[in-house]
Design a binder for this molecule. Structure first.
Ligand SMILES: Cc1cc2nc3c(=O)[nH]c(=O)nc-3n(C[C@H](O)[C@H](O)[C@H](O)COP(=O)(O)OP(=O)(O)OC[C@H]3O[C@@H](n4cnc5c(N)ncnc54)[C@H](O)[C@@H]3O)c2cc1C
Length: 496
């Protein structure tokens, strides 16, 4: 049984008062305030940054969500929405004296409309659960983050998540039709609709990727696609990362849009092979996985063309999956690359930036030089087709200074992405992790516009404050919209 809030915390009257207010409409299991009960919520997937929540609430009706927001709004208490907590940029990190609002209990699929290829789901439904639920209708939900077994659709919308299939089928924003969202004052907005266009500003697109700063998503209508008749994957190994990069560019340049076009460098290949034993070429400098889907004729034609392009770009070996089980196995290694890398180092720090595809070779070379400079190893995994890099920086949090060096290395990689015309985020959002690099990516005028949008939705700045959009003062402190080398993001946070 949970102790009374005042027995275990800071005898803070505000906290006790808030707990009592919540208990007027939530049962006591849905209001957590003891250290033991809340420790599971102290971080998201970016576990280097942790902070114990002040209070966690777990509503299960829309009325309760509305009342929680109204209460916090009236009292001026910050609110952080949380889905499954798999985010990799600290977006769901708790805020001091703020309420963590978990949407985990909203896990029902409300409607499947197979005829119109859409489903209405609650925000806590897992990404993969949507495809599983509509499979019997021959349909699926295309965006497939590698975390799809765990991450929630509400979190996907809030991060505008991507995945292997996004090269061909688009990001979350391209695969949703409508949202129901509560504003900070507890009022519901219904955004989007079944049509391709709607009157007024495109607030649904604005809400997508807003990282919990503009509203709390409580329902998502997703688009469903027919499961392709056939899918085939080709795996090609290369003796240099540059030639693998050229093969990626050649495939896109030839007008083939694969359902997935992924690349791994040697350290990532070895870690994945050691973990899942799929027969990846452990001596290769890089491997490319290319999936083609569609009608059997189309797939056969594209497989031939891609095979030819791989050969012309100097692939050492090319392997085609012989059956569905082998296709799944070849993907399993790529999808498990993050946990696989987690087995070869005590800790890893997953970066996420995007670059123009044609700069891949030179960027990888520079990342290798930075690894030497920072004295840390790195394994690289990419959604290569759309230029989205995921360098995984290996470090040991028990070695003093290692995490700070990993952060500096990560910051350098993001600056590198911007300097070659790319962006500081491909799909993992900004959260707390990349807030300084926002100052590099955007001008003062652009950041002012972000603040104006935030102000329009949340004038008191109560939704997920301190995340995603830096203050101009913060940017100024880092020096004329540019981050000083070595400056840590969120220096006040506990580091592990
Ligand atoms: C092993 C691993 C692999 C991953 N692979 C990918 C990948 O391939 N592609 C990709 O894009 N991401 C990937 N991710 C990152 C992560 O899974 C996604 O960002 C995902 O969308 C987060 O969903 P979540 O439910 O866990 O959200 P959380 O982590 O709980 O929250 C993420 C952000 O969304 C906000 N939020 C959550 N729910 C709501 C809501 N209902 N209303 C308003 N705001 C909300 C939070 O405040 C926070 O800012 C990976 C993560 C891991 C750990």
């Amino acid at each position: 049984m949970q102790p009374h809030a005042s027995e275990i915390v800071d005898h803070n009257n505000n906290k006790q008062e808030l707990v009592d207010l919540f208990l007027l409409f939530l049962d006591k299991e849905s209001v957590l305030f003891s250290v033991e009960d809340m420790s599971a919520y102290e971080c998201d997937g970016l576990s280097a940054y942790r902070r114990l929540p002040w209070i966690v609430v777990l509503p299960n009706t829309l009325d309760q969500v509305s009342k929680i927001l109204k209460t916090c709004h009236a009292k001026g208490i910050p609110v952080v929405a949380r889905g499954a907590g798999t985010g990799l940029s600290g977006g769901a990190l708790p805020i001091d004296n703020g309420v963590l609002l978990s949407l985990a209990k909203f896990n029902r699929i409300l409607e499947i409309d197979a005829e119109n290829r859409m489903a209405r789901v609650e925000p806590g439904v897992r990404n993969l659960a949507i495809s599983q639920a509509v499979q019997a209708h021959g349909l699926y939900y295309a965006p497939d983050p590698s975390s799809q077994i765990a991450c929630s659709i509400g979190g996907n919308v809030a991060e505008n998540s991507g995945g292997v299939h996004c090269l061909k089928y688009g990001l979350t924003v391209h695969n949703i039709l409508a949202l129901k969202v509560f504003t900070i004052n507890g009022e519901m907005l219904e955004l989007g609709g079944a049509g391709l266009d709607a009157a007024g500003y495109d607030l649904m697109a604005l809400m997508t990727g807003s990282e919990g700063l503009l509203g709390v998503i409580v329902e998502v209508t997703v688009k469903l696609l027919p499961i392709p008749e056939m899918a085939q994957v080709l795996m090609a190994s290369f003796s240099s990362v540059e030639s693998a990069g050229e093969a990626v560019a050649a495939i896109i340049g030839a007008g083939v849009i694969p359902a997935g076009l992924e690349m791994m460098d040697n350290p990532a290949i070895r870690a994945a092979e050691d973990f899942v034993r799929v027969g990846y070429p452990v001596d290769a400098a890089a491997l490319v996985l290319c999936e083609l889907d569609g009608s059997p004729d189309q797939v056969r034609d594209e497989v031939e063309r891609v095979h030819d392009l791989f050969q012309r770009c100097g692939a050492d070996k090319i392997r085609a999956a012989q059956d569905e089980a082998e296709r799944q196995r070849l993907w399993a290694g790529r999808k498990a690359a993050f946990p696989a890398v987690g087995r070869i180092a005590p800790d890893y720090y997953c970066m996420d930036g995007t670059i123009p595809r044609k700069r891949l070779g030179e960027v990888l070379k520079r990342i290798a030089e930075l690894a030497v400079q920072h004295k840390l190893a790195v394994a690289n995994v990419f959604h290569a087709g759309d230029g989205n890099l995921h360098p995984l920086i290996l470090y040991d949090a028990n070695i003093p200074g290692d995490l700070e060096r990993a952060e500096q290395f990560g910051g350098d990689i993001l600056e590198l992405c911007v300097s070659v015309g790319g962006t500081i985020t491909g799909e993992h959002g900004v959260g707390v992790e990349k807030i300084n690099q926002m100052c590099i990516q955007f001008s003062v005028a652009e950041i002012q516009q972000f603040h104006a949008v935030k102000h329009a939705f949340d004038p008191d700045g109560l939704l997920n404050p301190g995340k995603a959009i830096p203050t101009l003062q913060r940017c100024a402190e880092f020096g004329a919209m540019h981050v000083h080398q070595g400056q840590l993001a969120f220096p006040d946070l506990e580091r592990f």
